[in-house]
Design a binder for this molecule. Structure first.
Ligand SMILES: [Zn+2]
Length: 128
């Protein structure tokens, strides 16, 4: 079992509890998570069609520290919202991500993620 698998499950539980119950939909899906340099938006993207989905996360989150696991859990919530609501635009998904983070007790996590991400990008740029 990969270390990120429990985070996928926890992200699904946040959706089921605070957004809408998608447990039977999720039960039929396969999720694969990989860490890559290029992402469509800041932290991740999702690709695929039912029932196989590939979630790509930024390599800046690839070490399984407690902080990164918090960041990843909510980033996966974001990508799951894209899957459930294929017709939503980025702003609608981001708004719901923040609403769910607030309800699930992860609002500070999102603020720290955005701040940490900018800081790490800046540090990487300094190394170039
Ligand atoms: Zn997005």
């Amino acid at each position: 079992m990969n270390w990120w698998e429990s985070l996928v499950i926890e992200a699904q539980e946040i959706i089921n509890k605070h957004h809408q119950d998608e447990s039977s939909f999720f039960a039929g899906c396969n999720f694969d998570v990989s860490f890559i340099q290029e992402t469509d938006d800041a932290f991740g993207f999702v690709d695929g069609t039912y029932p196989n989905y590939k979630i790509g996360l930024h390599t800046l989150l690839s070490k399984p520290t407690p902080e990164n696991q918090d960041f990843i859990r909510m980033t996966i919530v974001h990508e799951l919202l894209h899957i459930i609501h294929a017709d939503w635009n980025e702003g609608q998904v981001a708004n719901e991500e923040y609403r769910l983070a607030n309800l699930a007790g992860y609002f500070q996590t999102l603020l720290r993620r955005d701040e940490a991400y900018l800081k790490r990008v800046r540090n990487l740029k300094d190394l170039e």
